[in-house]
Design a protein around this ligand. Structure first.
Ligand SMILES: [Zn+2]
Ligand SMILES: [Zn+2]
Length: 271
């Protein structure tokens, strides 16, 4: 196991860098990466600018301290509106960057969170005049993020489904949705970024609650996309959250290899 999507007290995580590393080592992970929320002035739970520097220092310090126990990597979860890119990655000395969309905007400096609460999601649906507009704006941001910011990994690709797990807003099988997904897939294919299977919402009663959904995983498989399994842990106990179940899910869908960050390289391993 390996997990590159973890949050700490520097953003909205509940545990320290060190607590996460210890938990990961105890659970037998071969590597752990940190992905604090990049600073975005509209997002109170993202890292402050000053906190980001402390975070980088803390992860790098512990990378060295625990080097004989587990491989530790410095990453960031770059929100689309933080405008990170390969140059800023270098400046920060990052090992990798997860690119994520958490907001959409109206072009007039109003930002709407996609995953904060059902209430705020409903506000966006109301403001933009329907679910379709919100979903399409979300994926347009994903596309722009991939094209302009070139992340190593795409975080929770279809986060916009968060409040649609019981199909409350749309079936996810409608033509407009499928063709929007196709648009995103074309960009992924062209840019060859890794796609994360994010296990954050998975639970015993709903093993299907992963991002992206089964259909999109199948389509990603058809374009030979590379997968990486991440738990998006906000507690140190969640560094392996439903990891094994996620491996089985990918296997059942027909995925044969996943990528793991090991010895500073993304390596393919057979599952
Ligand atoms: Zn995220
Ligand atoms: Zn996250």
């Amino acid at each position: 196991m390996s997990n590159l999507h973890t949050h700490t007290i520097y953003c909205d995580g509940k545990n320290t860098v060190e607590e996460n590393i210890k938990s990961a080592a105890d659970k037998g992970l071969i590597s752990i990466g940190f992905s604090g929320h990049s600073h975005f002035y509209k997002d109170k739970t993202s890292m402050t600018e000053e906190g980001t520097l402390k975070y980088i220092e803390d992860v790098n310090k512990n990378k060295y301290i625990y080097k004989d126990k587990i491989q530790v990597y410095l990453g960031i979860e770059g929100d689309y509106y933080s405008n990170l890119n390969k140059d800023t990655d270098k400046e920060m000395g990052l090992d990798y960057r997860i690119g994520s969309v958490h907001y959409i905007d109206d072009g007039n400096n109003s930002y709407f969170p996609i995953d904060m609460s059902r209430e705020s999601f409903n506000n966006a649906v109301k403001y933009f005049g329907g679910i379709k507009e919100v979903v399409c704006r979300y994926y347009d941001n994903v596309i722009k993020m991939i094209e302009t910011q070139k992340p190593d990994i795409i975080g929770h690709l279809d986060l916009v489904r968060k409040y649609n797990l019981n199909k409350e807003y749309f079936t996810e099988e409608e033509d407009w949705y499928i063709s929007k997904i196709d648009e995103v897939l074309n960009i992924i294919k062209k840019n060859k970024c890794l796609v994360e299977l994010n296990t954050k919402l998975m639970n015993k009663n709903n093993l299907d609650a992963h991002y992206p959904n089964k259909y999109t995983i199948k389509k990603l498989l058809e374009i030979d996309a590379d997968f990486i399994i991440n738990t998006d842990a906000h507690w140190s106990d969640n560094v392996d959250h439903f990891y094994i179940e996620a491996v089985n899910e990918l296997k059942n869908i027909g995925v044969k290899y996943i990528k793991i960050l090991i010895d500073n390289t993304f390596k393919s391993i057979e599952i």
